[in-house]
Design a protein around this ligand. Structure first.
Ligand SMILES: NC(=O)c1ccc[n+]([C@@H]2O[C@H](COP(=O)([O-])OP(=O)(O)OC[C@H]3O[C@@H](n4cnc5c(N)ncnc54)[C@H](O)[C@@H]3O)[C@@H](O)[C@H]2O)c1
Ligand SMILES: N[C@H](CO)Cc1c[nH]c[nH+]1
Ligand SMILES: [Zn+2]
Length: 429
């Protein structure tokens, strides 16, 4: 962890930069992948599965037999946990549905907005180093609530060509049957452009490593929509003297273990807490199965002592972390000052893992500072909001003059005429 004691605000902008490669470095390789997929379709996906996932696939699609057999391979305890998480995520996201509200802006001028599902969506489920079936719940549940008709799932295959049974089991729960064994930029390209086995979709969802995230950003220039840039995981913890150093270290490690390009940040008003957390990190890191990823991520991470709660807040808002934990005694006031983050965890007993798996909130969240302007995935991500209006004869007489005046001032006579022609007819009757 890189340590800073009361760093001058002049260097904060430098400190909040993430350790990820930039777009320019990754772009040429990803554009080559796009071209290959566009030219060769399924053949390119098979070739790239061999190159990047080290597997020679017999088929790109998971078969009905593979999907059916997965259920028996998932332990009962895990099934129950998945069902509990499913239910909480469903409850939280169902409440996000907006009722249709008709507003009469003037007498006879009626406006309303309706949410309509995006017809064809593609879900990317990371699987490079860990099979994130929890991500399938985070994307599949709101897609189902929204009513998306066609759901395509892409996830990288394991070295033996299989897909983790928990991903297949979760897909079955969600009624998703079009499961493609493809990862990385090639999966994103397949869902954007279509191949023989992968129908092109209207919007691509899902987190992933830097290749996946940059690929999504690049395809979004070609007409397909994307949810948000959700790259390598991050957490920022603000800790005061009341924090438990072992809890804080555990929270930092929980995101550091995602990958060596993850970054975690500790902000504290106490040098002693920083030291204690560092000691705890060492103890807990050594027994983690994914300690190599976590150790690399920690090298890129920050421990910063600041002299006030307000400074912690200012730094955090500038950093705009994917996840923010307030490990402080009285979080209420601090909470009100938060402006930039994906998701907030309050107090000493709200670990970030709760949001990753089961509390109900969505874990697909903006990283790399994008939380300054983006929100995480929600039910809204899977719908379009279409506006409607119905103007009565009386309504047009009420609003007509306003439209005519504005159209004339913009020099758009045809716009004005569309109103005038009707008003003249109404004057005649
Ligand atoms: N922000 C969020 O909401 C969120 C949620 C969950 C996970 N994540 C992040 O998702 C990521 C998962 O990463 P992962 O790698 O385990 O799985 P992944 O599925 O995102 O990526 C694996 C794929 O990357 C491609 N790839 C790997 N090395 C490559 C190379 N050198 N060149 C080109 N392509 C290459 C391969 O095609 C491989 O199939 C982690 O960074 C994690 O932090 C983020
Ligand atoms: N922390 C990740 C989002 O950044 C989500 C996740 C899935 N599984 C465990 N964690
Ligand atoms: Zn996580």
């Amino acid at each position: 962890m890189r340590k800073f004691i009361n760093p001058s605000p002049d260097i904060w902008a430098e400190l909040v930069k993430r350790p990820t490669k930039n777009l320019e470095e990754l772009e040429p390789g990803i554009l080559q992948t796009f071209q290959l997929v566009q030219e060769q379709g399924d053949a390119a996906l098979l070739q790239l599965a061999q190159k990047y996932d080290g597997v020679q696939l017999q088929s790109l699609l998971a078969s009905e037999v593979e999907i059916a057999e997965a259920e028996a391979k998932v332990p009962q305890e895990l099934k129950e946990a998945i069902l509990q998480a499913y239910s909480n995520i469903q409850l939280f996201h169902t409440q996000q549905a907006e009722p249709v509200r008709q507003v009469e802006t003037m007498n006879g001028v009626n406006c309303w907005r309706k949410s309509v599902a995006i017809d064809k969506v593609g879900l990317y489920i990371p699987g490079g180093t860990a099979p994130l079936f929890s991500t399938l719940l985070m994307l599949g549940v709101p897609a189902r609530i929204a009513g998306c008709r066609e759901i395509i799932l892409c996830t990288p295959p394991a070295k033996d060509g299989s897909i983790h049974p928990a991903i297949l089991y979760t897909a079955s729960l969600l009624g998703i049957t079009h499961i493609v064994k493809a990862g990385g930029a090639q999966a994103v390209a397949a869902m954007a452009f279509g191949t023989e086995s992968v129908p092109a979709v209207y919007k691509i969802f899902g987190p992933g490593n830097q290749y996946v995230t940059v690929a999504k950003q690049l395809v979004s220039k070609t007409g397909v929509a994307i949810d948000l840039p959700a790259g390598p995981s991050e957490v920022l913890v603000m800790a005061d003297e009341s924090a438990n150093p072992a809890f804080v270290a555990a929270d930092l490690l929980s995101q550091a273990e995602h990958g060596d390009d993850s970054q975690v940040v500790l902000l504290t008003t106490s040098e002693e807490i920083l030291q204690q957390v560092e000691q705890e990190l060492e103890v807990q890191l050594n027994v983690l199965p994914r300690r190599e990823f976590a150790a690399k991520a920690l090298e890129n991470s920050l421990g910063v002592v600041l002299n006030s709660r307000q400074s912690m807040l200012n730094f955090s808002n500038l950093y705009a972390p994917e996840h923010l934990i307030l490990s402080v005694a009285d979080f209420e006031e601090l909470m009100e000052g938060i402006t930039n983050t994906g998701s907030v965890f309050l107090g000493h007993y709200s670990p970030e893992s709760a949001g990753d798996y089961a509390s109900g909130t969505n874990h697909t969240l903006p990283t790399n500072g994008y939380a300054r302007a983006y929100s995480g995935v929600s039910l809204d991500s899977f719908v379009k909001k279409i506006t409607f209006q119905y103007i009565t004869r009386e309504g047009l007489q009420n609003i007509g003059k306003t439209i005519e005046t504005m159209a004339e001032a913009e020099g758009l006579e045809a716009h004005k005429n569309a109103v005038s022609i009707r008003l003249k007819e109404l004057d005649r009757v």
